[in-house]
Design a binder for this molecule. Sequence first.
Ligand code: GUN
Length: 291
Amino acid sequence: MGARLIDGKAAAADLNAALATRVAALKARHGLTPGLAAVLVGDDPASQVYVRTKGRAAGAAGLLSREMRLPADTSEEALLGIVRRLNADPAIHAILVQLPLPQGIDPAKVIDAIDPAKDVDGFHVVNAGRLAVGLPALVPCTPSGCLYLLKREVARLVGARALVLGRSNIVGKPMAQLLLAEHCTVTMAHSRTRDLAEECRRADILVAAVGRPEMVRGDWIKPGAIVIDVGINRMAMPDGKTHLVGDVAFAEAREVAAAITPVPGGIGPMTVAFLLQNTVAAACRQAGLGD
Ligand code: GUN
């Protein structure tokens, strides 16, 4: 029997519809329109698609959506200036600078320049630190989306063995923090982990966020595990077309796992949904309204 498919696309559509209703109420009752600015530097095709998708979803939910596209040769100083202007703009409550940035721009400096209250990605050290010590924070969107789906799939997260494969600031590290806060027993693994397959086989919950196409094979997965695949990798097929594949060999994993997110249609839409949630949360906090 194949694993249950975890439909992130449907879950995200439900979240977005409920959020649109809340946004309409915020406008009607408080005259507040949450505003999201997305900044894209350069012409990376995947980043262009992501930023367009985020902008469209924000508009559809009734948010103010501002997209800023800058040439690849934009200087770090110019980008920092734009971030500072957005920090000071009262119509903008949430700032996203799409990563990766072109060579020559230090992403740490740019993230550090974002007002933590408007740091919709939750990448600023203030938000990362607040998450780590259990204080309210803007939490990175992809791990939030993963946790939301996991909570619906797993009756009891307390004490579950969770393995996070990948140690990025965007996904792996905050994902581990969120699972710890849910009282999971968390292992962080990565490309240099010894006996990686064996580590994975111990996990009741496996979150793959390593950015390597189909790295996790079916026999790495504990029978009955819940598998969350964060990877979005473009792979050239023998027919010359490119397909999107995850970090997990889906067809193999499906035979072993209890439930698995597909790629596409799993975590991708959840990231966008939580970007919108964070935008509204940031706007409410800045306006002094409880969210
Ligand atoms: N690049 C890949 N994922 C993300 C994300 O969630 N936010 C930003 N800003 N850039 C990314």
